[in-house]
Design a protein around this ligand. Structure first.
Ligand code: NAP
Length: 255
């Protein structure tokens, strides 16, 4: 097994869990991070940081680094790297598994307004106004820059670089977030509207529970579609099973 290298496209908790599990099994991994966050949480095992240079760059990198399998464990909204991975792996004939956590689903107490993309979320906010808790991430803040009839609490890991809404406060923090803290935040800032991507997972779910408790609306940006024809799993454990069988088959073919 030791000759097989697995590339994990990361930047998520699932990617870190997968790296840990594969390293524990003696399967060498290289985790790749985009380099967006100043002090990223690093997975165990080897790590590389920075883009590959599009589909062509990734295809070449796979060949140069003797990659036997790729797990795309990037965030469900990281559409470009996911599309690039699908194309590059197909061209290089390298097996690809997509690891994406399940989406959140609304319960009876939730007051969700589903929108297809971030621009639609900004329109939905402009229709309502109020005091908005914006949790869609640093890269999407500029979509809300033209919304003047709302005040925004903007929670980000690193400060946003583009234009900002006229009325806002930046809150720098990194999850996971607990329910008591989310309740306190909504109360302290008298939040009337929450905006989130449908990222899924437990680490940032508490804000939805807190919003449901106080009965505020939640603008939910629904997920982009995944590339067709790629095997998709929702947990690191399932991805480990897939990788194990790919690596075993590749190693026995080499003997
Ligand atoms: P994106 O728009 O899909 O990708 C833009 C470019 O960034 C890609 O074309 C690629 O550059 C590079 N890139 C992205 N992920 C990479 C990775 N894991 N390793 C190496 N290069 C990568 O990505 P994004 O939405 O900006 O997300 C960037 C990273 O943040 C991802 O790793 C993702 O898992 C994480 N993240 C994203 C979100 C989100 O809401 N989008 C939330 C939490 C975490 P080249 O074309 O040069 O290869």
């Amino acid at each position: 097994m030791v000759d097989s290298r697995v590339l994990i496209l990361g930047g998520t908790a699932e990617a870190r869990a997968l790296a840990k599990a594969l390293v524990a099994e003696g399967i060498p991994v290289i985790s790749s991070l985009a380099g967006r966050v100043q002090n990223p949480r690093l997975p165990v095992g080897e790590v590389r940081i920075g883009g590959f240079g599009g589909v062509e760059g990734l295809r070449k990198w796979l060949g140069d680094n003797q990659i036997r399998a790729v797990v795309d464990a990037t965030h469900p909204f990281a559409v470009r790297i996911t599309a690039n991975a699908a194309q590059a792996c197909a061209q290089a004939d390298v097996p690809l598994i997509r690891l994406a956590r399940s989406a959140w689903e609304a319960g009876p107490a939730d007051r969700w307004i589903s929108v297809p993309d971030i621009d639609a979320a900004a329109e939905a906010v402009a229709e309502r106004g109020g005091r908005v808790f914006l949790t869609t991430g640093r890269q999407d803040v500029d979509a809300f820059a033209g919304v003047e009839n709302a005040w925004f609490l903007i929670r980000v890991v690193d400060p946003p670089e583009g234009p900002l809404p006229a009325h806002h406060e930046i809150l720098r923090s990194r999850g996971p977030y607990g329910l008591d803290d989310e309740r306190a935040l909504l109360a302290e800032h008298r939040i009337t509207l929450l905006v989130t991507k449908n990222s899924g997972g437990e680490l940032t779910r508490a804000k939805l529970t807190a919003a449901a408790e106080v009965g505020i609306d939640v603008i939910v940006v629904e997920r982009p579609s995944e590339p067709a024809g790629v095997e998709c799993v929702t947990s690191a454990a399932a991805a480990v099973d897939c990788v194990r069988s790919i690596v075993r088959a590749a190693d026995s073919a080499d003997r």
